[in-house]
Write a protein that binds this ligand. Sequence first.
Ligand code: NAD
Ligand code: MN
Length: 487
Amino acid sequence: MAESPAGTVFPATWEYSPAPESLKVEVPGSTKLFIGGQWVDPHSRRRFPSINPATEASLSQIAEGDAHDVDAAVAAARRAFKPWSKLPASERAKYLYRIARRIQERARELAVLETMDGGKPIRESRDVDVPLAAQHFFHHAGWCDKLRYAVPGGNPRPLGVCAQVIPWNFPLLMAAWKLAPALACGNTVVLKPAETTSLTAIRLAEILQECELPPGVVNIVTGAGATGKALVEHAGVDKVAFTGSTEVGKLIAKACAARGTRLTLELGGKSPNIIFADAAIDQAIEGIVQGIWFNQGHVCCAGSRLFVEESVLAEVTRKLELRMASLRVGDPLDKNTDIGAINSKGQLATILGYIDAGQKEGCTVCQPGAQALPAKGFWCRPTFFTGVQPSHVVAREEIFGPVLAVMSFRTPEEAITRANNTPYGLAAGVWTDKGSKVFDVARRLQAGVVWCNTYNQFDATSPFGGFKESGFGREGGVHGLAGYLAE
Ligand code: NAD
Ligand code: MN
């Protein structure tokens, strides 16, 4: 038994024997760029390491694409556009079905690689990331020959060459979110993965080759911010799709506006999770925990602001502390792990900086885990703050880590006003036993997704996207197709 500063007595955490993933995945010592269906060395010959954030060991040297490589990739995508867009829609669909099935067949390998390169628990990459990536290709395969039902006027036309830049929090899944609708609509693509997590995108390129996708329909250029900048600013690009930080999103919006390039943006968030006193509290606790700890809080729609009705605040805080104490932080390849490694040293420093700032502002920090953390790697225990004011930095800024700000409210009006009091608007959660309250509150929340009595649920049929500074455009479902079709 252990006791927290707040006086909560924790039962001893279960000790489990290690349950490491047994599949060994071969990682090449260095990687190439995938341009026009060929694997090519980067023009500059430069490479940079991608590490395993749980061990800090280098996994591979990743090719760094520059403006020359981007040029070659855009040209390849341009050459591939006419034949690809003219292909009968049912033929295009066959490629997407094939890709989806091949992702399923290689699911375990992809899950292990995702966990090694990015640090997320194998349970999540195996049960969430990879199955959803396959689902996005299956779903969009079905749309290929039905696009005339998706647009007003019934005359769907592709846009051309799409530049897609994705982040490190869901590397394979974000690639699938971006590629599947673009291809279904008859576009060709140049995709740039995030610099810390390029390996599953490179495996996906191998899958595209196995599926005999025509050369140039998808090109993958790895690299960091400069590579992304060269891509989104390339004059030969007809559409840009970006997921990442609001800061970079604003730069891209400016560049695209100057050229009149079509753009969809999916940016940051500071999503509210609202717990009414009439909610099933134990279920809500699971939802709160899922909302902020899932993928180490590296989730743009993480439920990072918790609003609890005052009469149940003490109960919720106590139960939250107990539940968080039982979460297991450690080896992401262990099947019992709940919280894996923080994606990078830089991101860990950002998160720790916020935890420090919250304490300096006078919030009370609660980090209930007692388990020892591994000596190497980047780790952060699940954390929550109480005594938080709306003006505090931990209540306003996106932390992108497992750090929750707990606040209270008295009336539904107050909950809605405070939930909407943010420049972001990606997602929200509402927990109540009353159906009418769910609909009333959900309607008035400025958020692209509102989850009711659940949190962080995703599906290829459901549109995802933001209000305000969380971006514009939708991904997924029929709504997501609009971003890849001419008006
Ligand atoms: P970032 O926006 O810098 O990176 C996202 C992607 O954009 C990466 O592929 C990166 O290489 C690329 N990129 C960087 N600069 C670019 C530029 N000028 N032009 C074109 N592409 C560019 O995000 P980050 O630095 O990895 O993370 C910083 C913060 O962003 C995080 O702490 C988090 O708050 C937020 N973030 C949000 C999401 C999301 O899903 N919305 C994802 C990752 C990070
Ligand atoms: Mn990595």
